[in-house]
Design a protein around this ligand. Structure first.
Ligand code: FE2
Ligand code: FE2
Length: 190
């Protein structure tokens, strides 16, 4: 691991809660494995995986305050679903607090929660690594996604976007329109 990544890792180990940090490390190495499989840049995958949840070091309320302070525009649905905010905030912090200038890495952080239609390979890798990393508690459909992801990443994205939508709907929670768009796009791709 580069010195730069080691520095970031050390910093995150101090500000993230233990579970969040363990999840972060799981995403980082899962992303690296997927990068090996799909011929993506391993360093970029490690970096994006390591920083994908860096915006989650404080409460949703504090995340909103921070966005206001930094003039980060939030959409209606982000304000209604604060669980989404850390993605955009995380990309901002990755750039301004952790010195990441690679736009591929920053966009993978931006889209890791909802996905989007027509994702880059790195975006798909971070989106799916977040979903399947080994520390994830077993939710319905997870085993299927894990078993297919190293053969067909688009199918895995479709399955996880579908499962996320159903999970939120069943829990009576709102689903971000972008998650629905992601699902519809990758369903059509099949
Ligand atoms: Fe996240
Ligand atoms: Fe995450």
């Amino acid at each position: 691991m580069t010195d730069e990544l080691l520095e970031i890792k050390k910093k995150l180990s101090k500000i993230l809660k233990k579970d969040r940090y363990e999840h972060t490390i799981g995403v980082m190495y899962t992303a690296a494995s997927l990068a090996m499989c799909y011929g993506e840049d391993i360093q970029k995958a490690l970096t994006a995986g390591l920083l994908h949840d860096c915006g989650k070091y404080c409460s949703a309320k504090d995340q909103i305050h921070l966005c206001e302070k930094k003039h980060i525009q939030l959409t209606e649905s982000e304000l209604a679903m604060p669980a989404l905010i850390h993605a955009k905030l995380g990309a901002y912090l990755a750039e301004h607090e952790y010195g990441i200038s690679d736009t591929d890495v920053l966009s993978a952080i931006t889209w890791h929660t909802t996905g989007r239609p027509g994702m880059t390979m790195l975006e798909k890798i971070i989106y799916i690594a977040d979903y399947i990393e080994p520390n994830r508690k077993l939710i319905p459909g997870l085993a299927e996604v894990r078993s297919i992801v190293f053969r067909d990443i688009d199918q895995a994205v479709c399955m996880s976007a579908g499962a996320t939508t159903r999970y939120l709907e069943n829990g009576g929670k709102a689903v971000d329109p972008m998650t629905v768009s992601t699902y519809n796009y990758y369903k059509k791709e099949k």
